[in-house]
Each structure stands twice: as C-alpha cells, then as structure tokens.
Design a protein around this ligand. Structure first.
Ligand SMILES: *[C@@H]1O[C@H](CO)[C@@H](O)[C@H](O)[C@H]1NC(C)=O
Ligand SMILES: *[C@@H]1O[C@H](CO)[C@@H](O)[C@H](O)[C@H]1NC(C)=O
Ligand SMILES: *[C@@H]1O[C@H](CO)[C@@H](O)[C@H](O)[C@H]1NC(C)=O
Ligand SMILES: *[C@@H]1O[C@H](CO)[C@@H](O)[C@H](O)[C@H]1NC(C)=O
Ligand SMILES: *[C@@H]1O[C@H](CO)[C@@H](O)[C@H](O)[C@H]1NC(C)=O
Ligand SMILES: *[C@@H]1O[C@H](CO)[C@@H](O)[C@H](O)[C@H]1NC(C)=O
Length: 343
C-alpha cells in the first residue's frame, strides 16, 4: 500500500515540459492564484470583524503599564491614556489622574488654575464648556470629556512633559448643574477627581462680578477688557471703579448663590472630591500642598502671575456702602461685611 502510494506520488511529481497548450496551463495557474487570493481576503475580513471591542483592547494594552506600587483601591483613578493625535512614547507608562475644577465665576478659579498649570506635570485646559455647542447635550459633553481625558485636547495648557494630571475648569452654569446626574455618573465611572472651589464671601464675589461686567463695556485698560490682570498698575486701574449694589436685590442674590453652592456640594458628594475656599488658598499655602496630594502629584512650589484686583476693605470698594451695610446688618450674611482675609 505505502509503496504504491509513493510510486504514484513520484510519478506525479515529475514535471514534464508543457508540450501541448501552455495557455491552458497558464489559465489553470491563474485561477488557482485567484481562488487563493479570494480565500485569503475572506479570512482577513473575518478576522477584522471578530477583533476585540475597543474597551477590551485598551484593557489589553493597559496591562503592561501596571504599577504594583499603586494600591488596588486607587486603580479606578489611574489611567494610561493612548492619545490618537500623537504617541506618549517615554511617558506611556506614566500614570495620569483625571480631574475637574468645579467653580463659579469670580471665585478665584482663574488664579487657581494658573497655579496648577505651573506644575510641569499638570494640564488644566480652562473653561472648555464656555463653548455652548460642547455643552448642548450630554453626548456632546461626554465626547468632549473623553477627548480631553484621552490627552487629545490641545490648548495653551498642553505640556511637553509627562502629564500626571489632566483636567479642566467647569463653571456650575456651563451645563454642569443642568446635567449633573449624568455628569456625576460619568465622573464616578471614569474615576475623575473633583476639586470644588468656592468663595466664602459672596458679597466680595458680587463686587467682583459687577466690576468685571462694568469693564466688559468700559474696557478700562487701553480699550481692552481684562478679566484677570498681571500687574499691580492694571489691578489699580480696575479697582478704581466702585460698583453700586442694588439693595433690593442683594439678599435674594446672595440666597441664590448660597443655594447654588449648597446644591453643587450635594451633587458631587458621591464623587472623589475636595472642597477648597478661595479665602483659604490666599491665606494658607498649605492648601496647595493638599491639592497636589489629592492629585498624587510630586510636590512643587506653584506660582501664578495673576495679581489680585480688589484688595482694599469692602467699605472702600462699594459706592453705596452705608446702604449695603444696613441691609446686611443683623442678617445671616452679616459676616460678609467684616474683613475676612489678610494678604
Ligand atoms: C448634541 O449636540 C451636538 C452639537 O451641538 C449635535 O451635533 C448633536 O446632534 C446633538 N446630539 C443629540 C443626540 O441631540
Ligand atoms: C497644538 O497646537 C499648537 C499651536 O496651534 C501646535 O503647534 C501643536 O503642534 C499642536 N499639538 C498637537 C499635539 O496637536
Ligand atoms: C513629570 O514630568 C517629567 C518630565 O517629563 C517626568 O520625568 C516625570 O516622570 C513626570 N512626573 C510624573 C509624576 O508624571
Ligand atoms: C496703555 O498703553 C500705554 C502706551 O502703549 C502704556 O504705556 C500703558 O502701560 C498702557 N496701560 C495699561 C493700563 O495697559
Ligand atoms: C433694583 O432692583 C429692583 C428689582 O429688580 C428694581 O425694581 C429697581 O429698579 C432696581 N434699582 C435700581 C436703582 O436699579
Ligand atoms: C492651613 O491648612 C492646613 C491644611 O489644610 C491646616 O491643617 C492648617 O490648620 C491651616 N492653617 C491655618 C492657619 O488655618
């Protein structure tokens, strides 16, 4: 049996020079090649179709960056993003924390963000959701956040160093309060750390709002409006304007602001968060260490070029001070009348 088979094979292996029709032979070879090609193609297509889902893939890729020094309890907050627009190269296995600064206008968040951005490993991309389109619905919000947290967001805060923390500044009235349920759910799912920055003295906040709004029209600095300044001279020019506060609207306004911040604290209480007050940041430099510890950053001395605009006692910053004083005296907001920090 075996001998037969081999003899037969031997015969078959002998290639005889084509005598009759080389064209037929060529056609046969050609069709074999074509069939093989189609077969290989179909196999390839099948494999593309059954590739693991993107989520599985990132998990597979993230594995090699596993750092045993990071405790299991922290793993939700540690990320190894793979940006689409460039390669992280030597930073690929540097863990990245995601954060958001939640605040309200004129509460020191601009200054605070420049402090954070002075850290070589931090990129905080500013008020990304001041753009109405990006906050027009929750899917637009999450895709913006995904791009940013995946390190594919390019702004002046982008760094060439290894990023250890990436985030943004988000005002409550920029879709955050409106979509708080879905956003908190997203933060908890993605492991986003929330830094809530509020201002204790809402009367000072009101003065800053009114003065900033005045400058938007008056453009006191050589015809340009500036919300933040970098020199004492510019600060002095802006502080010269003393707003007059509508006494009838004062208490309702303060109530409104107070409720806004209380509601926000309620929304974010289930997230990993820290609460900061502007007044404490000004008078206590240990607070900045707390922030770096919260984001697990190597401690650095942080600096900002921002110069505070309103530094004088409130009595000298409000046009109708006597009226305002009498309106708040004896109310729950009386404490705002007193000086509450020293520079
Ligand atoms: C969400 O908003 C974006 C941008 O405004 C828009 O293009 C998109 O169609 C909206 N999606 C839904 C589901 O409304
Ligand atoms: C980010 O933008 C700057 C300025 O527009 C540009 O020079 C730089 O190449 C951009 N970086 C990336 C990674 O897209
Ligand atoms: C900070 O950036 C430097 C320079 O890119 C890098 O060597 C270092 O590992 C980074 N630190 C962290 C904690 O990411
Ligand atoms: C306005 O412009 C003048 C001349 O360019 C300059 O000297 C001055 O510092 C500017 N003032 C402010 C407040 O920017
Ligand atoms: C103060 O606010 C009240 C209520 O909005 C308004 O009726 C009144 O005209 C305002 N007063 C001034 C001086 O603007
Ligand atoms: C400054 O902040 C630190 C940390 O938050 C706190 O322990 C300390 O008591 C504060 N110091 C003052 C003077 O408030």
């Amino acid at each position: 049996m075996s001998e037969d088979c081999c003899v037969l094979n031997k015969d078959a292996l002998i290639v005889k020079p084509p005598k009759k029709s080389p064209l037929v032979l060529r056609m046969v070879v050609l069709s074999v090649v074509m069939i093989c090609g189609v077969y290989i193609c179909s196999i390839c297509l099948k494999q593309i179709g059954t590739q693991p889902s993107p989520r599985l893939m990132t998990e597979l890729v993230e594995k090699p960056c596993y750092d045993p020094r990071i405790p299991e309890s922290e793993s939700l907050y540690v990320h190894y993003p793979e940006p689409i627009s460039y390669s992280r190269d030597e930073c690929a296995c540097t863990p990245v924390r995601l954060f958001v600064i939640v605040s309200m206008q004129r509460s020191g968040s601009g200054w605070f963000e420049t402090l954070l951005n002075s850290h070589i490993n931090v990129s905080s991309h500013g008020e990304v959701f001041s753009n109405k389109e990006r906050r027009s619905n929750i899917s637009s919000i999450t895709s913006t956040l995904e791009k940013l947290y995946n390190l594919d967001w390019n702004s002046s805060a982008s760094k060439n160093e290894c990023t250890a923390a990436v985030g943004l500044k988000w005002m409550l009235n920029q879709g955050l309060t409106m979509h708080h349920k879905e956003i908190v759910e997203y933060f908890n799912r993605r492991g986003v750390s929330v830094i809530v920055l509020f201002r204790r003295n809402l009367l000072r906040r009101l003065v800053s709002i009114l003065a900033n709004s005045h400058d938007r029209d008056a453009k006191q600095l050589n015809g340009t409006h500036k919300a933040h300044v970098h020199s004492k001279d510019e600060a002095d020019v802006l502080a010269r304007y003393k707003p007059s506060i509508n006494a009838t609207e004062l208490i309702p306004s303060l109530n409104h602001m107070d409720r806004g911040s209380a509601d926000a604290l309620e929304y974010f209480k289930s997230t990993r968060h820290m609460l900061l007050y502007y007044e404490d940041l000004i008078s206590n430099h240990t607070k900045l260490m707390d922030v770096q510890e919260f984001l697990k950053l190597p401690q650095r001395k942080l600096a900002s070029r921002h110069v505070k605009i309103h530094t004088k006692p409130l009595a000298e910053q409000v046009e109708n001070w006597d009226t305002i004083y009498n309106t708040l005296k004896g109310t729950q907001y009386e404490r705002f009348l007193a000086a509450d920090y020293r520079l």
